[in-house]
Design a protein around this ligand. Structure first.
Ligand SMILES: [Zn+2]
Length: 120
């Protein structure tokens, strides 16, 4: 998709809405590989120059998400990618798999989640 101001605002708005539903604080969202490269190396370490390969990347320790707009073909994929990355933030202990995919589907369907709490 072509990134313009309108699309940028739409994405930030969606990220805000889903973050509220998922009980997480609103992440910082970057939308171009240029913005990823402009971030301090210690934040993007491990997925910096490789970020362009993915539709999205979440940097869990920094509450930061990269949505690779240039690589995203359409609105449906965009919505999926936003929800996918925010599910990573909400369920940091989960890796990809059936359970993860189910949570993404529920998220897309409008489900809300209680805030993540570490066990004492
Ligand atoms: Zn993922």
């Amino acid at each position: 998709m072509r990134l313009d101001e309108d699309l940028r605002l739409r994405i930030l708005e969606k990220a805000g809405i889903y973050a509220a539903r998922f009980g997480i604080s609103e992440p910082k969202v970057v939308l171009t590989t240029r913005e990823v490269l402009d971030l301090p190396r210690e934040i993007t370490e491990g997925r910096r120059t490789s970020a362009y390969k993915y539709l999205g990347v979440s940097y869990l320790m920094h509450n930061l998400v990269f949505i690779n707009v240039k690589k995203i073909p359409d609105d449906k994929t965009l919505e999926n990618t936003i929800v996918h990355e925010l599910i990573h933030l909400r369920f940091p202990y989960l890796s990809h798999g059936k359970r993860f995919n189910r949570l993404v589907r529920r998220g897309l369907a409008g489900k809300t989640f209680k805030p993540y709490q570490k066990r004492k």
